[in-house]
Design a protein around this ligand. Structure first.
Ligand code: GLN
Length: 454
């Protein structure tokens, strides 16, 4: 009830929720009370969560914040949310996001921008919470849920976490089932939590992760008790610092934060080593070929027949065209066009195949570092703190917006786990985050190391 009141009081301003489900929440909470009373409570019994609008929730609004999915209410539940309910969690509602998870500011949502609860000192300017999981990050930061589900294809968990002073982890590709999560770029998409601290993130990921026969890319490995990793010593650990993440134009305060992070880990007993990830500079261009290519294929299913919106036309092709023209926003159309172009005959080898080869080289950079004994890699999470809503500079130049993902996309391209953890404030008092990148399926090391930084 306290969370429902908090949402009622703040959501008009923040626009973090696109659908609030108070009756469902109270019903689930009551069932939790019953289970707790009979001593049968699960790990998340009674914990109120917000769910990103990308996760299918049975009978409840699921639109990926796109007009084209108007009115879509799935008759099934995503595996990740089902896992949470099975552990006793309570659903407060569906959270705002960039349309189909395409964006870094939550401004591409059909439901409008989400407002970051943080403000720069002495300024009234509204800031973005980052994207695409902007609703998840803002809701957690503003106490409108105890934790939230999110997804990360190129940074969409970690960048919004960094912009809102929250913790976000993108687990290894295959750790969480993608079944029932609206697909953006299937070889990159992973679900993960955004939470108020590392411990909450560890508890939530434990519940969300599972092997699932309905997603053949989910991996059959035991899910460790991540919480048990917190507080373990960093003695004997090697932390890699990649030189290539010192990008042009990065504000000095980000470099200072990074140095501070290095000092903290050293104090905790870790050894710091310089490493090289030489293909880093190709990650962003390669990502913006691979991700739109997969998106253009995934989004072909929205045809006015199977889901949501239909705009009638004089024949079936006309109906397809009118539906897609009306249903998709500008950024989604841009991605479909880029993706269709790079997959078309004549360009496939030059762009798509080339980008896949680059992807292999990026992956290999990380393998070499880990094979040389590095346990985790420390980088900044984002090249800046949260920027203003409707920033003219960014709105007119999508490529500048894409630069936001510069530290995060490599992790998705290599399928590795990455965590963003709040590490300090900028000159204006806005949160800044550091990122830790780990070996495949070694989320434990990320939790234990991030716990030292937070
Ligand atoms: N900002 C990136 C993009 O727009 C990443 C999005 C994501 O991780 N879903 O593609």
């Amino acid at each position: 009830e306290a969370y429902i009141s908090a949402i009622e009081a703040a959501n008009d301003k923040l626009n973090a929720y696109v659908k609030v489900t108070p009756e469902k929440a109270l019903q689930m909470a009551e069932a939790s009370d019953g289970r707790l009373a009979s001593g049968k409570g699960g790990a998340l019994e009674g914990i109120p969560l917000g769910i990103k609008d990308l996760f299918a929730t049975e009978g409840i609004h699921t639109q990926a914040c796109s007009h084209i999915l108007d009115g879509f209410k799935p008759h099934y539940e995503s595996t990740v949310t089902q896992n949470l309910w099975d552990d006793g969690a309570v659903m407060l509602g569906k959270l705002n996001m960039d349309e189909f998870a395409m964006g870094s500011s939550n401004e591409t949502s059909y439901y409008g921008a989400v407002i970051n609860p943080w403000r720069s000192a002495g300024s009234n300017q509204q800031l973005v919470p980052g994207g695409s999981s902007g609703g998840s990050a803002a809701a957690v930061a503003a106490h409108l849920c105890a934790g939230a589900t999110a997804t990360d294809t190129g940074g969409s968990i970690r960048q919004p976490a960094a912009f809102t002073g929250t913790v976000g982890i993108k687990p290894t590709y295959g750790r969480c089932s993608r079944w029932g999560t609206v697909a953006f770029a299937s070889s990159l998409d992973q679900a993960g939590p955004i939470a108020r601290d590392v411990r909450d993130a560890a508890i939530l990921l434990k519940s969300m992760a599972s092997v699932d026969p309905k997603d053949t890319t989910s991996v059959d490995l035991p899910v460790p008790d991540y919480e048990a990793a917190l507080g373990q010593s960093l003695k004997g650990m090697k932390i890699g610092i990649p030189n290539e993440y010192r990008v042009d134009g990065m504000p000095e305060e980000i470099e200072t934060l990074w140095q501070q992070g290095i000092a903290w880990l050293k104090d905790a007993g870790a050894e710091i080593v310089n490493i090289s990830l030489p293909h880093t500079k190709y990650a962003l261009p390669a990502y913006y070929i691979v991700a739109p290519a997969e998106a253009s294929s995934n989004l072909a299913r929205y045809d006015g027949v199977r889901y949501g919106l239909r705009v009638d036309g004089k024949d079936i092709v006309d109906m397809y065209e009118k539906t897609r023209a009306a249903g998709f926003g500008k950024e989604v159309k841009r991605r479909i066009m880029i993706g269709t172009y790079v997959l078309s005959a004549g360009y496939y080898d030059a762009y798509y195949i080339k980008a896949q080869k680059v992807r292999t080289l990026i992956k290999r950079d990380f393998e070499l570092a880990f094979n040389a004994g590095v346990d985790a890699i420390l980088t900044p999470a984002t090249p800046s703190s949260a920027f203003g809503v409707a920033d003219e500079n960014l709105a007119s130049d999508p490529v500048k917006m894409y630069l936001n993902d510069i530290f995060t996309v490599t992790v998705n391209m290599a399928g590795l786990p990455g965590i963003a953890v709040p590490a300090g404030l900028d000159h204006g008092g806005l949160p800044l985050g550091l990122q830790l990148i780990g070996k495949p399926f070694d989320e434990e090391t990320l939790f234990k190391t991030a716990h030292v930084i937070e």
